[in-house]
Design a binder for this molecule. Structure first.
Ligand SMILES: [Mn+2]
Length: 249
């Protein structure tokens, strides 16, 4: 049987330690191809570069940097650059949680999301610490999750969002399958004066907080578990379709 083809990307740039850890973890599972942004692209969401040329530079065997977003990387790699269609797209390992509503801002999740849109198995991995000390734990988790996904194949229009506590492997309490939680957005905009007396704003200056609800990604992480959340492509609120038709049609 042909070896699985594995596409690795991230949103922290080609030099980020989490990318090397993820690529290394994938080596045991198949042929690894890295296409990653040339610089920090965190919180670019599912952005795609439509108004300028994109350049791809090879750094070493099967490692390429793209002067674009994570979505650009996956789109170019899958649709043009790779000889074979990947069996899985993995993104990360992001330093910092991608929990709850943050998945909509996340470039890490978006890289995997693009894989899902292209009909490929896709998983995003994040170490929940913004200053990780145990990212190798995420590498181990990524290897196990990716092997499982390659074995089973994900359902159509589904990707996984995986968050890992920043602890040594032996301190992980296990894995929970979770739903997306909710962020608190209070006090998140910092307003200050610059040295010339003009106001400036800094978004996301404070540490994000969340609403602790049972079954959520936040709860699993709070309790020391790996959180695995299946995300669906269709964000339609099916429950209100009929009500809205009553208003409009
Ligand atoms: Mn990032």
């Amino acid at each position: 049987m042909a070896k699985p083809q594995i596409l690795v990307t991230n949103d922290d740039g080609i030099q980020a330690p989490g990318l090397a850890i993820l690529a290394e973890a994938m080596e045991a599972l198949g042929d690894v191809w890295v296409y990653a942004p040339d610089r920090q692209q965190s919180a670019v969401g599912h952005g795609v570069s439509l108004h300028r040329p994109l350049r791809v530079t090879q750094l070493k065997d099967r490692w390429f940097m793209v002067d674009g977003t994570p979505t650009d990387c996956v789109m170019l790699a899958v649709r043009d650059l790779l000889d074979a269609r990947p069996d899985i797209v993995v993104a990360g390992v992001n330093p910092g949680a991608n929990l709850g509503d943050d998945v909509t801002y996340s470039g890490t999740v978006a890289g995997a999301y693009e894989g899902m849109l292209l009909g490929i198995n896709a998983v995003a991995f994040s170490d929940v610490s913004y200053e990780p000390k145990h990212m190798e734990t995420s590498g181990g988790v990524a290897q196990r999750v990716a092997a499982m996904v390659l074995g089973h194949g994900l359902p159509k229009d589904t990707m996984l969002n995986v968050n890992v506590p920043d602890v040594t492997e032996d301190l992980l309490r296990g894995t929970r399958v979770t739903r997306m939680g909710r962020r608190h957005y209070e006090d998140e905009i910092v307003r200050r004066e610059d040295p010339r007396g003009r106001l400036y704003y800094w978004i996301g200056g404070n540490k994000p907080s969340h609403i602790l609800e049972p079954g959520t990604d936040f709860e699993a992480i709070e309790q020391g578990y790996v959180s695995v959340t299946p995300l669906h492509r269709d964000v339609t609120n099916h429950a209100v379709l009929e009500m809205l038709r009553g208003w409009i049609e």
